[in-house]
Ligand binder design. Structure first.
Ligand code: FAD
Ligand code: UDP
Length: 366
């Protein structure tokens, strides 16, 4: 007999399991269909001893001191600021677009941020209201730079043009006029010092938590007794696709170990033109700070089929999700939490913050 059955061991499931086990002293069965804990944030050492992120680069960044403090219970940190370059016609440019990007692209020296700002003002095409990702970017940098740095990459990633996606998708990337070349601007930017797999292991070490791997919850749900269910998998699967399949974007990750110290000059290179079918190449040793004579890279090939990684943020998909959301109101003892269960393009810190909020409600009997 368990107090809670939790489906999925990503951040949503693991934060809730940890809080309920340690603060409420309740018994939990956590089931995970993969052969490891950690969801998409999972990392492991490959044959060459390089720590690799199995589901794409996961960089921890947040402005929430609450989230940072909470996670600090389970890991120490390595200061890490992510750096990304765009490869356009075999030349590299800093991403997000900043003063250096503009100088390189236009082959001019601006020296001061004010000149870069003036240039962007002259290039930008005012769009009002901002209805989609194309409006969002063209409004800031104009059509030419939008086409070079956003349009093709976005199409490769989503199989949709920016004008078909909500403004928030490309809006994740700031446009800068200074020389700041960090990918994120958040207050806290760190990596778990020993990797995410250790962080998750520490979170789930409470003796009130039993973890069962390689188990789809459907195969055990009728044979275990529990009071409440917390579900963090895809919401359409939970409801047997009664309102149809929600679209997700998947990715095939292709790993290569190379007998050289470094492959590229920075952790991530985005291939923003259509000369190659993959979107980005990540060199994993930058993320862990490891020193080695060999290196491991991964190339990302977006695809429709496969594990659902990205909910696709369009108005149409949001409406489809709402039909499922309405069904959840009928269920008294089921809580839905996380990127797949809420069909939201959340970062890790947003999922953790939501899980902590949900925990407070559970603790207050709401
Ligand atoms: P998940 O991590 O997806 O966990 C859900 C778990 O549920 C999975 O382990 C799954 O196997 C399990 N599950 C599903 N169905 C069942 C079932 N039927 N039975 C049992 N188990 C089931 N965020 C950042 O903050 N920074 C980044 O740099 C970053 N990079 C990313 C890169 C990529 C390529 C991707 C795809 C995401 C990235 N994210 C990043 C987002 C981050 O992965 C998510 O915010 C976070 O992992 C969501 O946690 P979750 O618990 O909601 O979902
Ligand atoms: N994007 C782009 N060019 C880039 C980087 C990002 O067009 O060089 C767009 C693209 O649509 C991408 C979105 O901005 O999906 C968000 O980028 P982010 O790096 O946050 O994507 P994620 O890491 O979540 O895949």
């Amino acid at each position: 007999m368990y107090d809670f059955l939790i489906v999925g061991s990503g951040f949503a499931g693991s934060v809730l399991a940890e809080r309920i086990a340690s603060k409420l002293d309740k018994r939990i069965l956590l089931v995970e269909k993969r052969n490891h804990i950690g969801g998409n944030a999972y990392d492991e050492f490959d044959d060459n001893g390089i720590l690799v992120h199995r589901y794409g680069p996961h960089i921890f960044h947040t402005n929430s001191s609450k989230v940072f403090k909470y996670l600090s219970n389970f890991t120490t940190w390595r200061f890490y600021e992510h750096k990304v370059m765009a490869n356009y016609q075999n030349k590299l440019y800093p991403i997000p677009i900043n003063r250096t990007t503009l100088e390189k692209y236009f082959n001019k020296e601006f020296r001061k941020d004010g000149y870069a700002r003036k240039l962007l003002n002259s290039l930008s095409e005012k769009r009002h209201p901002i209805l989609n990702s194309e409006d969002m970017i063209v409004n800031q940098i104009g059509t030419e730079l939008f086409k070079v740095f956003f349009e093709t990459y976005t199409y490769k990633q989503w199989h949709k043009y920016p004008k078909e996606l909500n403004a928030s998708v490309c809006g994740r990337i700031p446009i800068r006029v200074d020389e700041d070349d960090r990918y994120f601007s958040d207050k806290y930017q760190f990596m778990p010092a020993e990797g995410y797999h250790i962080l998750f292991k520490n979170m789930l070490s409470n003796r009130n938590i039993e973890v069962e791997l390689n188990t789809d919850y459907r195969s055990i749900i009728n044979s275990v007794k529990f009071d409440k269910l917390i579900y963090t998998g895809p919401i359409d699967y939970f409801f047997d696709f009664v309102h149809g399949h929600l679209p997700y974007r998947s990715i095939r990750f292709e790993y290569e170990s190379l007998r050289q110290e470094y492959f590229q000059p920075c952790p991530q290179v985005n291939y923003v033109d259509d000369s190659v079918p993959f979107t980005r190449v990540v060199e994993h040793k930058y993320l862990s700070g490891q020193k080695s004579n060999t290196t491991t890279i991964s190339k990302e090939y977006p695809q429709f089929d496969g594990e659902p990684f990205y909910p696709i943020p369009t108005d149409e998909n949001r409406s489809a999700y709402k039909k499922y959301k309405a069904e959840t109101g009928e269920l008294k003892n089921v809580i839905f939490c996380g990127r797949l269960a809420e069909y939201q393009y959340y970062n890790m810190d947003q999922v953790i913050a939501n899980a902590l909020k949900i925990f407070n409600k559970i603790a207050n009997g709401k």
